[in-house]
Ligand binder design. Structure first.
Ligand code: ADP
Length: 252
């Protein structure tokens, strides 16, 4: 099982969901069997009671954070103090691995790749246990590709794409034990060469792994094509130690 994790920095609503699903589509178009997980770092236990106007995913989620409570009541922790690290973080990793291995395409056996979207913004208090769990998972599983989505604004007075917000959010990510393999830069217009080079150098990724996730207007179905044209699938497949293939997006 290989994992692709999508995190976001700076602010929410940048396009983590669209990035996760577009990467999933691309990998499927490369012939891989793909599943996905959306992690929302909220304390609600029954996802069905959450507003679908705020969280489109609530229709599909069933299990919540009760596993630690159930284990404690069963005495599984032998009366010991239950702590965020290692008990909650271990539970999150076990849960991710269990869900990731479940086939979702009607075929037998586990999928090849699980795309995990971590909701919220890296550095927020509520996502900390999940970030720590994902950092530990990256060592547990080996084949792990992290895509970090962040904002590249243009300061109108200067007319220049600014890379500092992305640099800062990558620094926050690193301080929490996760290093990005790929940067997906959300901007109004295509990412300029100088911004790409600056981000590659300052965030320690190759310039081919700095992707422009610029505005495509209302038709977000263009995002997988945008990513394919920048060879995002090659960048992901290389990190996951998989053979590089050309995606066939015809049926999408
Ligand atoms: P997040 O998961 O980071 O909160 P979403 O993936 O839900 O963000 O995207 C937020 C909104 O932005 C959605 O309405 C989505 O359709 C839109 N969006 C995301 N990426 C793009 C893009 N490249 N061009 C245009 N709209 C986009």
């Amino acid at each position: 099982m290989k994992y692709v994790v999508v995190t976001g920095g700076g602010m929410s609503g940048l396009g983590k969901g669209v990035t996760s699903s577009s990467v999933g589509v691309l990998l499927q178009a490369c012939g891989l069997r793909v599943t996905c997980i959306k992690i929302d770092p909220y304390l609600n236990i029954d996802a069905g009671t959450m507003s679908p106007f705020e969280h489109g995913e609530v229709f599909v989620l069933q299990d919540g954070g009760e596993t630690v409570m159930e284990k404690e009541r069963r005495g599984a922790y032998l009366g010991k103090t239950v702590q965020v690290v290692p008990h909650v973080t271990d539970e999150i990793q076990d849960w991710i691995q269990r869900v990731a291995h479940a086939p979702v395409d009607g075929k037998e056996g586990p999928p090849d790749v699980c795309v995990i979207e971590l909701g919220g913004t890296v550095g927020d208090i509520e996502s900390c246990p999940f970030v720590e769990a994902l950092a530990e998972l990256s060592y547990r599983v080996g084949d792990f590709c992290l895509i970090h989505v962040s904002h590249v604004p243009v300061l109108s007075a200067v007319g220049e794409q600014k890379t500092k917000p992305t640099q800062h959010s990558v620094r926050t990510l690193r301080s929490l034990g996760l290093a990005p393999n790929i940067l997906a830069c959300r901007s109004n217009s295509p990412l300029e060469g100088y911004a790409r080079e600056k981000l590659a150098r300052s965030c320690h990724v190759s310039s081919g792994s700095v992707l422009s996730l610029h505005d495509v207007g209302k038709n977000v179905w263009r995002v997988p094509i945008l990513l394919r044209d920048q060879k995002a699938h090659e960048a992901v497949l290389r990190v996951l130690n998989l053979d590089v293939k050309e995606p066939d997006l015809k049926e999408w």
